[in-house]
Design a binder for this molecule. Sequence first.
Ligand code: CTP
Length: 400
Amino acid sequence: MSEQVIVLGVSGGIAAYKAAALTSMLKKKGYEIHVIMTRNATEFVSPLTFETLSGNRVSVDTFDRNFEYNVQHISLAKKADLFVVAPATANVIAKFAHGIADDMLSTTFLASRCPKLICPAMNTGMLENPATQENIETLRRRGMQFLDAESGLLACGDSGKGRLAEPEEIADLVEEMLSPKPLAGLRVLVTAGPTRESMDPVRFLSNHSTGKMGYALARQARNFGAQVTLVSGRVSLAPVRGVKMVQVLSAADMAKAVEDAFAEQDITIKAAAVADYTFAVTSEKKKKKKDGDLTLSLQRTEDILKTLGSRVRPDQVLCGFAMETQNLLENARKKLESKNADMIVANSLREKGAGFGTDTNLVTLLTRDGSEPLELMEKEEVAQVILMRCLAILKKKRGN
Ligand code: CTP
């Protein structure tokens, strides 16, 4: 696939510095970025910053004589797959709403036909002014997407709504907007993170899962257009925007949340590291060390994947994970059979770059038809492959 092209419009506000971080993030994700700045924006950040980060010439003025004679604004407008304006001041929003084209940013914006994302940033009073609100409404009605400003302390000293959304959030929405939608119309359930089994009000039994793989699956399923439910144990990751988040603590909580939602899912992926054991008795009072040595009795939790495997319908896909320290493929294949899953994602804790807490993973996908080892990839990419394989199985099971 050729690189997707993003035109990033930067208008004049202190938040322009955040657009530099955004440029760098989007570039790292592999997009081609062309930045257009308003004259006022150049007072806050130098075009050189954006040129260095994007690797492309920054456009400021329509009549810049250094440009080739190809009517720069029209060529950028034609090239763009997505037009992002961040930060968008009250002034540029007003121009966009009224079709005013008097500089490089506003002329290119008016000429472009691609999807548009506008991220406002301004003083609270300006944002709440009916003029600005009506302009935003007008643009929304015309199909433009907005990422609302956040509340907080503003550069002008006021506290209120008007702060530019964080670059991570803008980049996340950009990815979603530019992603193909092969899962449109489907429901996907993902479980993620560890479970916690309480011993007393202070201590618990858990594992090293950070939830990264499950969160990547939920995010990518959302990007692919699915309606996503993410059942998550306690992790330190930010919730995934645009998915239904269900927070749980113990294996029993997770079992209930998953089993309640399972019937309506098309694809269910169990990436959570569920505790296999819980305490036979949870003490209501804190255990005191004066009681001396302690022997704790553990009992088995429900195997959620197995329960789902006994209920899975021919029009549903069920995918589990297998985390092993030895005989990876043999054990994973046994899990495929014993849990009646359609696919098992096998990962070894022994491999470098795989397993808990890493941003990458090294997995083999096991199905009834065979096994597919994937190379070492970012968890986000692994998630995309898993989802596409699940979709292929779903189509096969449904005969289309
Ligand atoms: N799983 C589950 N419920 C449990 C334990 C595991 O649903 N109580 C799911 C996990 O979410 C994962 C798959 O089963 O998708 C395999 O988990 P794993 O810990 O690798 O294996 P176990 O089933 O626990 O088997 P073993 O202890 O033999 O490794």
